[in-house]
Design a protein around this ligand. Sequence first.
Ligand code: IVH
Length: 671
Amino acid sequence: MKTAEKRARELRQELAHHNYRYYVLDSPEVSDAQYDRLMRELQELEAKHPQLATPDSPTQRVGGEAAEKFEKVVHRAPMLSLANVFNDEEFSDFDERIRKLAGVSEVTYVCEPKLDGLAITLRYEQGKFLQGATRGDGTTGEDVTGNLRTVRSLPLELLPQDGVKVPPVLEVRGEVFIRKEDFKKLNEKREEEGEPLFANPRNAAAGSLRQLDPKMTASRPLSIYLYEYVATEGLPAFKTHTEKLEYLKKLGLPVNRHEHAKGLDGVRKQYEASQKGRHALPFEVDGMVVKVDDEDLRLRLGQVSKSPRWAVAYKFPPEEESTRVDAIEVQVGRTGALTPVAHLKPVKVGGVTVSRATLHNEDELRRKDVRQGDTVFVRRAGDVIPEIVSVVLSKRPADSKPYEFPKNCPVCGAQTAKDEEGAIIRCTSASCPAQLVEKIRHFASRTAMDVDGVGDKLASALVSSGLVKTFADLYALDKTKLMSLERMGEKSAENLLAAIERSKQTTQRRFLYALGIRHVGEATAKALAEAFPDVRQLYTADQDSVTRVKDVGPTMAQVIYAFFQEPQNRAAIDALLSAGVTPAPPQVATGGPFAGKTVVLTGGMSGMSREQAKEEIERRGGKVAGSVSRKTDFVVAGEDAGSKLKKAQELGVRILDEQAFLSLLKGEARS
Ligand code: IVH
């Protein structure tokens, strides 16, 4: 026990150190795989000794219990916002005001990127992260502690460097945001999972941090940078903002880049440079924050209403263009989600021609009140999806009418309904052809059933010809049927039939993914397949057992559970199985020393984590049990093995040490 506790402490220290190297210094010492190994070892230890799994363990970033609602938090000091300036003249006025009030001829500033995210405040007590909240109205925000805990770059415990002392209380402020690359991946994943896309990284960050289920937040790639703190007793007094930032960094907190600028000219140079460099930054910025460096001067300047006099947001000119909305159309996705899309007169924005812009959902469409014929400003958001920023009302045609969101699905005419999250309207029909086309395309895609040749066009043709109404209909196709389709030659038909035939031999993971269940991407499908190697087990599984699957939170579990309760879905699956589709359970071998055997693991091994050992045994067809009985075939006893080893000796169960276990795994020894 002592050693386990000691090892857990060591692992936490090591993980915290690597986090610091990665997120604060931007100079990692280990590979991701090495980091993951340390993390797995800690998870193992905590699984074995649950009392070691404290809430500030890095293993707890997966997200705890879901909340009913967010508690309100009254900020100990108000969270201010910044006044904006948009050009050199306005910035000169700002600079002049400061010089006058301060009675100095030149001011030293610090310039920081203005991150486009969500302002948050974090409270550390005795070095431990205790509470985090959103800005809210500046006075009262929402307690999002559980969600913030899942943010990898947020240290759960301060990690003081260079002899810096941990202050008794530290309240730091900063921004939660999503990096461009992470944003792109997040949207790709959402597309794959049939979820509507986020308009921009800011919306994605805000939406992710305000999830009631922290597991949802944990699945979103949020980042954090800190840029200010609240002066509290026990904190060292610093002369400049720069020193404060250095101090935060030495406490192990991620701090964004910051540059000194002397006077007006210095700021002008910085502004030009950062505007030029904005696209090269890994995150979205909408300007540069210019702050007075001298702390004393800051105090003297104070604040006006809700913003400080000592800082200003110097905005970048937006990369926007105006164009006309030719039409608004609603698209139906795989999960039935209706997404309004504006068709635009093509226009170049930031070097790229834009002819369509997503309007996201009904709320967004209403809020912006975009209408056909409107002149609008479009912007490329997060360097990915073009977005309509605003409507030029003065140019609106006199006879324009607000866009009516269709009450019925534009493709199949079925009723539409808002989903439980309230923002997405879906077509309620289970047999909507638009959904079906998307479902078939997804079903056949490379990472799902891998039926080569079924792209957008063929999926549409199969559905509109009436040949395919269900997944199983794919397996009832023949040459004559296929050749009745336009532009389908004999050779293509043969190739397609062969690909369809090949796809019958699949894996449970691919099969579950192919079904296109909302929220179930490849990773979730893999976890589900491991927990439910036979698809029909999911017909009888209760919601709790779905929730217990790795990385599946209550919201996801509910959707998955509901999917398998739906008779139509079961019928579709049964039809596939009868058609000869055979999803193989996750690689389980039939021969070998572990096949059909029950193994108990006890004690720690040096070369492998317990989770890995379990995986290896299961892959070889064995089962890992928690306690030793007469039915146990082997006990693998590592270091510090305790009562289980004793029991095994008493019962005469075969005991393997680490070495013997490894040789059996490798097939070097016989059982
Ligand atoms: S300082 C009193 N620094 O911009 C000082 N804010 O429009 C308050 N922001 O609410 C903020 N990057 O969410 C500061 N480097 C930065 C920032 C920054 C982004 C955001 C922050 C703030 C908003 C003000």
